[in-house]
Write a protein that binds this ligand. Sequence first.
Ligand code: ADP
Ligand code: MG
Length: 243
Amino acid sequence: MRALELRDVSVFYGAVRGVEHVDLHVDEGEIVSLLGANGAGKSTLLKAISGIVHPRAGSIEFFGDALAKQSAHRRVRRGLVHVPEGRRIFTTLTIAENLELGAYGIQLGRGERADRLREVLEHFPILQRHFDRLAGTLSGGEQQVLAIGRAMMSQPKLLMIDEPSLGLDPQKIDIVYDMLEEVARLGTTVLLVEQNVSLALEISARAYVLQQGSIVLSGDASTLAEDPRVADAYLGKVNDVPE
Ligand SMILES: Nc1ncnc2c1ncn2[C@@H]1O[C@H](COP(=O)(O)OP(=O)(O)O)[C@@H](O)[C@H]1O
Ligand SMILES: [Mg+2]
């Protein structure tokens, strides 16, 4: 089953191109990564999928349904959750309170909230450790773990996460990536945005490489990991390399 299908999607900010003519799909259960240098259009694509920005052209389908007319809030309720760059947790609330608030915009009944919380803590015991601490006192890695835990409170069908490794030391990155693999094992499809190519390809089935708003390479993660053009895309050289 196709979890996500983008056809010919273009997003502009006024005259500035965010992304142009993007085709991309994610199958249910896959981890797919979206790679590219700073400014390539990665965050723009996630925002278009979650409904924060609106494409000028093209179509986006989520499990077969067109998203164009659905509000960002409705997309979350349907199981499409976006953990943005910078995490956006509530720093003046505890970990427990952050989790209880559930994912971005989802309202849970009391019983449901308790059940979900129990499940999330069972699957991600690391969250239990600092349960009563204010989220603002956590390290960057711990905040990222919390952001993922919070997203999982809504039992999403698709989790999109924007640069989860940014600013973290290698040990913390491992923890975050283990968590993403667990998310996938639990049946949630993952669309992962990263600048760190080798890291992302290690846990992904497939990947797309964006350069200046367009997809310049795509394929199996294992094939792309060997492809020198991936590194070239970061240096803006892909279009110069003969096929
Ligand atoms: N709010 C905005 N207003 C104008 N231009 C933007 C805005 N957000 C992003 N852009 C531009 O769109 C392009 C893609 O940006 P972005 O999607 O943030 O890239 P990435 O996430 O890959 O670093 C860049 O040229 C960026 O400057
Ligand atoms: Mg970005």
